[in-house]
Design a protein around this ligand. Structure first.
Ligand code: CTP
Ligand code: CA
Length: 227
């Protein structure tokens, strides 16, 4: 029998994905980071490429391999991620899977901070730009579909609905990172898709399966709505 290959659903579309953590410097040898592995964002970029899209992956520092056929722009800080995202607009859809650091050190030291009689240094933190909210509210270059993620440990859906409204994005993939389900860095994910139409509870699945399902939903949306 013939194996029937699925038609590329995103042929001719440009998709941007952010992935991984950001690193915010304290001094030249130290940084603030988080536990994001980049597995989910990279899987989405790979799935979008497999569906025929031209994909730009803006990634913070991760161990996972670059997906094949995807243009990867590597960054460290949230501000560098913001700049790389803006440089790669316009796109048809953007998926913000990165765990962007909320704060950075206001005045990162230019030399390694030394222990001295002054005691432990205090870090003065300032808020980073919100990449998802900025792109969602872009006057001229807003993608047709803007998808955010929300990693939550409690009241997952309610937090995600509030986040969707606050950020101005179209969809939020609410990611349950409570220890009982999707421990950050693991290979599976339990998500809820929050849209204007309501909430879908997706079954617990591998990050690859979640990625393929999300990409199929994005393709359906870009080609006019109904799947
Ligand atoms: N995000 C972003 N830029 C930031 C912070 C977050 O683009 N500076 C994006 C993330 O990539 C994700 C979404 O916003 O798609 C939600 O991130 P999250 O950390 O859950 O939301 P916050 O608004 O930072 O709220 P909090 O961390 O307080 O829950
Ligand atoms: Ca945050």
């Amino acid at each position: 029998h013939f194996a029937v290959a699925a038609a590329p659903l995103l042929k001719g579309r440009r998709i941007l994905v952010t992935s991984g953590p950001t690193h915010e410097p304290i001094d030249p040898v130290r940084y603030i980071a988080n536990r994001s592995s980049g597995k989910q964002g990279h899987a989405i970029a790979a799935a979008a490429r497999a569906a025929g899209a031209e994909v730009v992956l803006v990634s913070g520092p991760v161990e996972v391999a670059d997906p094949r056929g995807v243009r990867v722009v590597r960054v460290e800080s949230a501000r560098a991620m913001m700049a790389a995202v803006e440089e790669n607009l316009p796109v048809d859809a953007a998926v913000f899977a990165a765990a962007v650091a909320d704060w950075r050190v206001a005045d990162a030291a230019e030399q390694k901070i030394k222990k001295d009689a002054g005691g432990a240094p205090a870090l003065h933190l300032v808020e980073n730009p919100d990449i998802l909210a900025t792109v969602s509210r872009h006057h001229t270059l807003r993608p047709r579909l803007v998808v955010g993620f929300a990693a939550e440990t409690e009241t997952v859906v309610a937090h995600a609905q509030a986040k969707r409204a606050r950020k101005g994005c179209d969809w939020i993939v609410a990611n349950d990172v409570s220890p009982a389900t999707g421990i950050m860095g693991g290979d599976s994910n339990t998500v809820h898709l929050v849209t204007a139409a309501g909430v879908e509870d997706w079954p617990s699945a591998t990050k690859g399966e979640v990625a393929r399902h999300l990409v199929a939903r994005i393709a359906a949306e870009l080609s006019g709505g109904a799947a």
